[in-house]
Ligand binder design. Structure first.
Ligand code: SF4
Length: 351
């Protein structure tokens, strides 16, 4: 079982962002952290959580570095007995708010992996995306994370943005790999509804040629691709857990949890969540939902898909794909050698 904690505060709203995050409700931070504890207690019981059973923790958002490290202490104390030994504990952070003091405070609490929302080292591109940090902030924060003692440092880059050129991405990668990182996530810009970019669809400019080039380039630095957007010298165990369809507690306004055939959605309205963190919507999944999700997750990652979850017709289709070298079969699992084809492969399974 995994644990996800959502921090719905951000310094500015990025133009493409559809996550549940607020820039004007910082006065609610304290009461929000208290509400998280109330939900934690409830979820630990609902999930029948045993001591030392949680396999990874991920603090995401929003921007976890908008909350002072000291304000996480009580939550960490409550979580601690349930954590297995030596597990991955990640916090996302934005370069402008991840000060050395914050990084040091989180490290001392037990966080051992930091994932920086860097997106680019190009000033104009950061402005275009309405990010609140500068390229210098990002470099400083990553170097300071290393100085504080973090061994596992990841950064996010965004590509497929209007104005992206090989040259720009090349400089982004060169800068990224000059820093002490051992994991990188590269996300294509997607235009989401109800975001400032929704009225500017031209902001997203994906070119298959550029994407393929980018993936190859990242791998040339020794970072192996283990999911369509993820590359590293190691695989994040929290990421792998999601794709392996493990159960997860989702704490916070905007988080999602999953237990067997149920998904849980705490209230995305911050004030309502604080008033009643246990007002959680439940969605029931069918066996078919589960299989479809497992196909999507497995074909877009190095985990692959268990041969036994396919029905007869799908197995036949998988055989066709093996003949065309679009799938590989090893030890009872199908593997997709080209993650960019993942969606097409799943659609073919249902055609
Ligand atoms: S920092 Fe992240 S969560 Fe916050 S607005 Fe930007 S993309 Fe969204």
């Amino acid at each position: 079982m995994l644990l996800y904690i959502h921090i719905p505060f951000c310094d500015s709203k990025c133009s493409y962002c559809a996550f549940n995050s607020y820039v004007d409700k910082f006065h609610l931070k304290k009461s929000y952290m208290k509400a998280l504890e109330v939900q934690l207690k409830f979820e630990l019981e609902r999930f029948n959580t045993k001591k030392e059973s949680v396999e990874s923790v991920f603090i995401g958002g929003g921007t976890p570095s908008t909350i002072p490290a000291s304000m996480y202490r009580a939550l960490f104390e409550s979580i601690k007995p349930y954590l297995k030994n030596d597990i991955e504990i990640t916090s996302e952070a934005n370069p402008n708010s991840a000060t050395k003091e914050w990084l040091d405070g989180m490290f001392k609490l037990g966080v051992n992996r930091i994932s920086f929302g860097t997106q680019s080292f190009n000033k104009e591109k950061l402005k275009l995306l309405n990010r609140s940090h500068t390229p210098e902030d990002a470099q400083r924060a990553i170097i300071e994370a290393k100085e504080v003692g973090f061994k596992n440092i990841s950064l996010d880059l965004i590509y497929a943005t209007l104005g992206d050129t090989k040259k720009l991405l090349e400089i982004d990668l060169k800068t990224a790999f000059s820093l002490p990182i051992n994991h990188l996530s590269a996300y294509a810009l997607i235009i989401e509804e109800k975001t400032p970019f929704a009225s500017k669809p031209e902001m997203s400019k994906e070119s298959l040629k550029l994407t393929k080039w980018l993936f190859k380039e990242i791998e040339s630095f020794g970072f192996k691709q283990y999911e369509i957007s993820n590359f590293g010298l190691y695989k994040s165990s929290h990421n792998l857990g999601y794709w392996d369809y493990k159960d997860y507690i989702g704490l916070g306004s905007g988080a999602v949890g999953k237990l067997d055939f149920e998904r849980f959605y705490p209230d995305t309205n911050l004030e309502n969540y604080i008033l009643n963190p246990l007002d959680i919507r439940v969605e029931t999944l069918t066996e078919q939902d589960k299989i479809t999700e497992q196909l999507f997750l497995g074909f877009r990652s190095s985990l692959g898909v268990d041969i036994n979850i396919l029905n007869k017709a799908q197995s036949k289709r998988a055989d066709l794909l093996i003949n065309e070298a679009k799938l590989e079969l090893r030890d009872g699992r199908f593997y997709n050698p080209n993650f960019l084809l993942a969606d097409e492969i799943v659609l073919f399974m249902y055609s």
